[in-house]
Design a protein around this ligand. Sequence first.
Ligand code: RB5
Length: 365
Amino acid sequence: MRIALGSDHAGYSLKKCIKEFLEGTSFSVGDFGAQNAEDPYDYPNAAFSVGEKVARGDFDLGILICGTGIGMVMAANKIPGVRAALAYDEDTARFARRHNNANILGMGGRKTDCNSGIKIVKEWLYSEFEGGRHLARTEKIKAFENSHSRCAVRKESPRLVTFDHPLIQHKLGMIRDKNTSVKVFRELVQEIAGLMVFETTRNLPLEPVEVETPITKTTAFSLSGKKVAIIPILRAGLGMVDGILQLIPNAKVGHIGLYRDPETLEPVEYYCKLPGDIGERDIIIVDPMLATGGSASAAIDLVKRRGGMKISLLCLIAAPEGVSKVHEKHPDVDIFAAAIDSHLNDHGYIVPGLGDAGDRLFGTR
Ligand code: RB5
């Protein structure tokens, strides 16, 4: 288990002592400052650094120490996915874990000495979350957090991003409806794919360019040569391509066709045509439904074998089973999904899902 430590100047000495204790255990430790007790080091610096690492899953847990611990907890709790709790004794440390599943422990370097600090840390580390009614409550916090953030990065899986934008959720509700016509379904799938890509491309690098407006010369911005490839998994993935191309018209489009061998149930490739320079492109594999994860994993395998390196998977609805399978085989791949549904039924359909996306797109039911 990996633990991220952080303090300000006032928490430095207690952090040092907790660090020495943890280094004598099987936990692995990352130290994100402060470096000493003399130079002022603002607590939000350490809180954001440790909080983000825990929220992303780079570290399992975090410990943050300032003079009182109060500022640390306030700052860390601004980060979606963080549940930071302040503990001054073993009792509060135990309940911070058992009832609140705190993934960050806040302590006060001016309130707690080294020995008591170690006892508090031990109590917190070795207590277990009780789940049940307490889980329902932490889930309420998570639901609130998700409904107030632009997009939610689920901590359970650092490479899984879901979208809570009202337009996406509204349109998703419409395509789930079995009475939605083929025409409307097709239009909505394109629209949702476009809206999702608008968000997933937010980190594409820009470079300044000189342009002349009808009024004057100015410096504007242009995408700095990032090349994108969209790769639909046939056939349902085709339904998402145009929506994405509307936003990234210069993207190249590859195609992957897979069918399921009726005997082995394994996906078998029947078609694969990718852009020649696939190794240099940001690759978005698209498939509306991530169900078992078999086809998606096979498609990613195929793209990697052809030299693809920076790969993400964009789907409208994912089942937890599919997410786990893809991340088990391809932990380097980011998955973007408009929604994570409950589970797969005995026929491999996502529940509640929307039925067979290919049939609904092409009217072949
Ligand atoms: C620093 O003097 C102190 O304000 C800080 O360590 C902390 O107690 C904030 O909550």
